[in-house]
Write a protein that binds this ligand. Structure first.
Ligand code: MV4
Length: 467
């Protein structure tokens, strides 16, 4: 096991990792920016090092500052959490060069999976189903047009360096295609310094279902079931659940097997997630592989009873996975709401500032992962997540009811929050019936806009629901 782990992150995930390290008996080092002096991760860790000014690129995103902090504190491993440097292959490489273990897969793996076309090539070779029509990187608009005509519209144009929806364009006809090609390519060149584009059939009304898995250094890969992440707005997830209400046991088994096959074929190490789209006919297609522990990992922990962060640290340290596939079974249902300091009535605009009052819900089957407290000031420099509220119950219906009551118990004053909006989602008939896809939230907001422009709208609402 590691002698000392530096946590290259902040907020709730830094606390989550510190707790796992405590249980493993490993001392921890926190790093913090000048904006985070009062943050809990600084107090929770055994040691803390200030790494720079508030701006991320001068602190949490600067590999040299992080590695220097690890060197001066004699840490032998770095846990990146999610976001920041978690999927930065150069950072993972620098860690290796400095004899520091990066808690994640090898740099080459991060790089391969970060290149979405290369990831697709690899998965296709391994026998994992991918979206029809994909035929490698496009040489130019002429090839794009020819391929689109061959596979039939609608098609999706994607930047290979993209992901999370950036550099992506939906095209319904030939007229759409060439303009979109140039626009998406320029966007990709500007954002990622990489204009490589590919094309595939567009899946309309899909579910976003992702399979959690873990690989160790002995060639074992185990999956931990799936999460349904279809409830999102502009690629920001608002609510996640496990298991997915869409899947049958048979489909779950086949998707799990496909994910394991893909991960085994690349000798995957550590925690990873294979994202799939599931279409209306219940076909599933590989989309992307995330090479980190994800924000929504707790719902998987709740239904499997397995501490994924502890297991992730163990396997990267060279220990054998503590469970085999036969040991993993899903029990009950778990839902997570990401409570953000955002105003749903103002286009989800972030509202950082001081939390003047803070009371967390509790009780049987209720878990709150947060680094916030009454009096804490949410800085404007980072993401606006205040807390993850996670519930677990025997059935989906009971989990929904428990989440409704937990949201009602949650008191956060001083900043806007998404709580009321999430409360509304849980009351929607189609959500309760499990009838939703990735456009669910968008449709809810469109319906709001219609009703607020038709009737005597509150002035607040009409100005807020723009675009
Ligand atoms: C798609 C798609 C439909 N067809 N690809 C968005 C983020 C990136 N991971 C992939 N994404 C999509 N790719 C094809 N061929 C629809 C989406 C998509 C989406 C996917 C997951 C969750 C939410 C989404 C919202 C809009 C579009």
């Amino acid at each position: 096991m590691f002698k000392k782990i530096l946590i290259a992150n902040r907020g709730e995930i830094a606390l989550r990792i510190i707790r796992a390290c405590r249980e493993l008996g490993v001392p921890t080092v926190a790093v913090y920016s000048e904006a985070d002096r009062e943050s809990l991760h600084v107090r929770f860790a055994d040691e803390a090092v200030c790494i720079g000014p508030p701006q991320s690129n001068l602190s949490y995103l600067d590999p040299r500052r992080i590695i220097s902090a690890a060197e001066v504190t004699n840490a032998d491993a770095i846990h990146p959490g999610y976001g920041f440097l978690a999927e930065n292959a150069e950072f993972a490489e620098m860690c290796a060069d400095c004899d520091m273990t990066f808690i994640g897969p090898a740099p080459a793996m991060i790089r391969q999976m970060g290149d979405k076309a290369e990831a697709k090539d690899r998965m296709r070779k391994a026998g994992v189903p991918i979206v029809p029509g994909y035929d490698g990187i496009l040489s130019g608009p002429d090839e794009a047009l020819a391929l689109a005509k061959k596979i039939g519209f609608p098609v999706m144009l994607k930047a290979s360096a993209g992901g999370g929806g950036r550099g992506m364009r939906l095209c319904f006809s030939e007229d759409d295609l060439v303009g979109n090609y140039h626009a998406a390519k320029s966007e990709a060149e500007a954002c990622f310094n990489n204009g490589a584009m590919y094309l595939e059939k567009a899946i309309i009304g899909p579910h976003h279902v992702e399979v959690q898995l873990m690989g160790d250094k002995f060639g074992n890969v185990v999956h931990f079931g799936e999460r349904d992440c279809s409830i999102q707005r502009r690629h920001q997830k608002l609510l996640e659940e496990s298991p997915s209400p869409l899947l049958t046991d048979d489909l779950r088994g086949r998707m799990g097997q496909a994910a394991v096959l893909g991960a085994q074929s690349v000798n995957y190490l550590g925690a990873g997630t294979v994202e799939f789209l599931v279409d209306q006919e219940m076909n599933f297609y590989f989309m992307e592989m995330n090479t980190r522990i994800q924000v929504e990992h707790p719902v998987t922990e709740e239904v499997t009873g397995i501490d994924l962060v502890k297991e992730q640290i163990r396997v990267v340290a060279g220990e054998k996975m503590s469970v085999t596939q036969a040991d993993v079974s899903l029990s009950g249902h778990s839902i997570e709401c990401r409570i953000n300091a955002e105003d749903p009535n103002k286009d989800f605009r972030p509202g950082p500032g001081k939390i003047t009052s803070f009371h967390v819900p509790g009780g049987f089957g209720v878990r709150v992962d947060t680094a916030a407290y009454a009096g804490y000031v949410i800085p404007p420099y980072y993401d606006s997540m205040i807390a993850k509220l996670i519930v677990r119950a025997d059935t989906r219906k009971e989990a929904i009811v428990k989440m409704i009551h937990a949201l009602d118990e949650f008191v956060i004053e001083g900043v806007p929050t998404t709580i009321d909006f999430q409360r509304r989602i849980l009351g929607e008939k189609d959500f309760v019936a499990g009838k939703f896809d990735t456009s669910f939230v968008e449709r809810m907001l469109e319906a709001d806009e219609k009703s607020s422009t038709k009737s005597v709208a509150s002035p607040d609402k009409t100005t807020a629901t723009k675009s």
